[in-house]
Design a protein around this ligand. Structure first.
Ligand code: SAM
Ligand code: SF4
Ligand code: SF4
Length: 353
């Protein structure tokens, strides 16, 4: 008996989706727009290291918008459908709406999001949404004024950030995600107040384990509060029920308040790593592509871009990088691996979260 339906993948007209060495597709691209920031969060850019004389990238060292657009356009041809703009602080880039408009018009971009500390968001929120931004994540580690002051390196103003969140809501950038890095002895005592503040608001608070990204934040395992411990604490106060993943590879474990007051998430990169579903690549502001948050080396695309690389050639470069990818730092995390990576990891402020 003959059939018209062939099961041989070679007969298919659609190219096989690009997969890395561990069979993970490429779906997400995080683009860091600049390495500068108006905060000095001690876990990311400690003031002692990032002082007045620190040399950030100069304008000409950073990718231009047409170069970023080219990378995004080609990446979408390889399966990328989600783009996140980050930094440093991306809203320090005053022309960002031009870039957002350009990216949002590219075919294949289904989701365009931005991560910000929220300090400059208030006056910008409406313009970001109008330009085509779909979603926003605001990093806010505590609603306790003293804790917030400390965790922003003395540079943030809590009321301004909260006003920024309200402005984002009015601009229609909902549901808004609020990311909080939890550090033992620093803000873990204020987590319940943070949750209480946003319960019933429609915003989703996500509690993130403090990670050993970069080399300058003095990370220690005893500063990590395992999500499991936090979950138990939260459940004692507000019963929670597990919610399904929104999509395969979602990093946050979702829970709903049983009393209907919304949703929270846990991102447990240290104690429950999720490398198996990691479909993210990261582009630094100076055009280096990294395939892992804990990468020690990336691939410089800026030279090729400045030499007007053809789309097909760039596609080959990106494909080759992804095909070879075997990163799974968090799953393998050990003192030996940390030792091997010491002083060589890329910093968070260069590639965003
Ligand atoms: N400046 C923007 C902000 O803070 O939202 C965007 C860039 S920031 C590097 C992106 C995210 O990385 C933030 O949510 C921040 O809390 C998170 N982050 C930075 N260092 C971290 C660390 N050591 N562990 C966990 N998350 C970290
Ligand atoms: Fe700046 Fe964000 Fe890093 Fe804080 S976490 S120093 S706001 S880049
Ligand atoms: Fe992805 Fe690397 Fe994080 Fe694993 S450690 S989830 S591969 S970024």
């Amino acid at each position: 008996m003959t059939s018209n339906t062939s099961t041989d993948p070679a007969d298919s007209k659609t190219p096989a989706p690009l997969q890395d060495a561990l069979a993970r597709p490429l779906h997400d691209l995080r683009v860091s727009l600049l390495d500068q920031c108006n905060f000095r969060c001690p876990y990311c850019m400690p003031e002692a290291e990032f002082h007045a004389d620190y040399e950030f990238l100069r304008r000409e060292q950073r990718l231009h918008y047409d170069e970023i657009l080219k990378v995004v356009r080609v990446a979408t041809q390889l399966g990328v459908c989600k783009i996140r703009l980050t930094g440093g602080e991306p809203l320090l880039d005053k022309n960002i709406t031009t870039l957002i408009a350009g990216i949002s018009e590219l075919p294949g971009v289904e989701d365009l999001a931005l991560t910000t500390n929220g300090m400059l968001l208030g006056p910008m929120a409406h313009g970001l949404a109008e330009a085509g931004l779909h979603r926003i994540t605001i990093s806010l580690d505590s609603t306790d004024r003293d804790v917030f002051e400390h965790m922003s390196g003395g540079r943030g103003d809590l009321d301004t950030v909260l006003a920024g969140i309200d402005a984002a809501e009015r601009a229609g950038l909902s549901p808004i995600k609020i990311n909080a890095v939890v550090q033992r002895g620093v803000n873990d005592h204020s987590v319940m107040d943070l949750l209480d503040h946003f319960r019933g608001s429609g915003h989703i608070v996500r509690l993130i384990e403090f990670m050993d990204v970069g080399n300058r934040n003095g990370w220690r395992m005893d500063q990590v509060v395992p999500s499991r411990q936090l979950l138990e604490r939260v459940k004692k106060r507000w019963p929670l029920r597990r919610a399904d993943r929104n999509y395969p590879g979602e990093v946050a474990r979702r829970y709903e308040y049983v009393d209907g007051q919304g949703e929270i998430g846990f991102i447990s990169s240290v104690t429950e790593p999720f490398c198996g579903g990691c479909s993210r690549a990261r582009l630094s502001a100076d055009g280096v592509l990294y395939t892992c948050l804990f990468g020690t080396q990336g691939t410089d695309l800026r030279e090729s871009l400045r030499h007007d690389v053809h789309d097909d050639e760039l596609k080959d470069i990106l494909s080759r990088i992804w095909l070879q990818r075997a990163d799974r730092y968090s799953e393998l995390r050990s003192p030996q691996l940390a030792e091997a990576h010491v002083q060589r990891k890329v910093e968070m402020y260069r590639i965003g979260g």
